[in-house]
Design a binder for this molecule. Sequence first.
Ligand SMILES: [Zn+2]
Ligand SMILES: [Zn+2]
Length: 498
Amino acid sequence: HRKCKRESENICKSLISVLLCVSSGLVYDSLMQKHQCMCGNTNSHPEHAGRIQSIWSRLQETGLRAQCECIRGRKATLEELQTVHSEAHVLLYGTNPLRQKLDCSITPMFVRLPCGGVGVDSDTIWNEVHSSSAARLAVGSVVELVFKVATRELKNGFAVVRPPGHHAEESTPMGFCYFNSVAIAAKLLQQRLNVNKILIVDWDVHHGNGTQQAFYDDPNVLYLSIHRYDDGNFFPGSGAPDEVGSGPGVGFNVNVAFTGGLDPPMGDVEYLAAFRSVVMPIANEFAPDIVLVSSGFDAVEGHPPPLGGYTLTSKCFGYLTKQLMTLAGGRVVLALEGGHDLTAICDASEACVAALLGQELDPLPKAVLEQRPNANAVRSLEKVLETHSEFIFTSCKKKNWSLFVRLLPHNWYKLSDFCPPLQVSTGARCTATHHGWDSPCWRPNEETRRRPRPSAPWLLSPWLTPTPWIKGEASEPTSTGYFYRPFFTSSPTTFCIL
Ligand SMILES: [Zn+2]
Ligand SMILES: [Zn+2]
């Protein structure tokens, strides 16, 4: 009966979107499969054509493709590529064929690979006939989809594209990437549609060094990456938590950099915690006009340690998508980046598209919701919160908000340590909203039940001091207010009281 109900609900939702003429969009072109190493051996090249082909088939088999609007991609123009890349880079990799390109002695960026093919490195192969077209098609497809979502022609979208883009820097191809599709789409949104605030979330297991570089000093593009970092020992080595942006862009580059190797590997619990404590609060505060996702699926279980090693379920990505859909009026576009385990990337794509269509997702196991993130993850999250709390405060001041309060409940968190979170006193001059007190995961124990339950909006004491049950530290009072940072282990909370 429940399954039946869910199905009929899903049909209703599809009907509604048809009536409103806004559906989820997909973009794909089989020409992108032609970017293949000339050695022809897909086993030695994990970023191969079968990736997008299998995802596209999966979306067909599951009926998801039929519920979406499939749009046509196109090759990005050289001018469009130059919004992010240098002219030399665009000419070298975007035009075709330049005969002398393959002569590795004349064009030292290309090397002869052990497999017999050509590439800029053993990962980043080059097919003289097809690679430039495929790479430009990947960019143009993402741009087309993003523009249709930005102009509300489509509700949201998923781009099944390759080669990926987030490692591609201004003048450097690397890590399977030549042109940074998501970064180019964001630049074009700024230039052509005057989109004010763009959020780029990058959940590929690798740091998107190219995207970070493209917007490092831009306060209108918030780049937020969750990746395996291991103190710089995981590819590409960038993405430290203290890489926060430069100039006016300071605070608009957020690296949720997991360190601690695979002991134990990060999984759903750790990524959900990252979303709860860092990604969603900062994204909400930024209030983007559109969300672009560098959607690599190499954090999903099935990727060996050198290429990921984490153990997320594909299902989890549906939940992460759903959370992002609460931003920017639901304008969310996912573009495929990395991930090469076919089962993993097909399952994850399916989960994300189902989420974009508004379908009800299989619930996450209770154990996952209740489990505490591992110690390495907690340390990593603490580090990024500590680094960014300063900028959260700065942006409050900039916006002249009279009050900004961030309260982040974690279901793994022992309530007995932290309840109520702040001293409640009548007659205080600040009010605050709160999130999570009524969360189903929030189960007060006997001791906390006896304490008075604050009513929302809370009245907070302006003379905030750490109480016995909130271990933390408060800043010296300043002319504008206080900054309060409870210790993460006792409270995953950042407050800024002005
Ligand atoms: Zn090869
Ligand atoms: Zn990756």
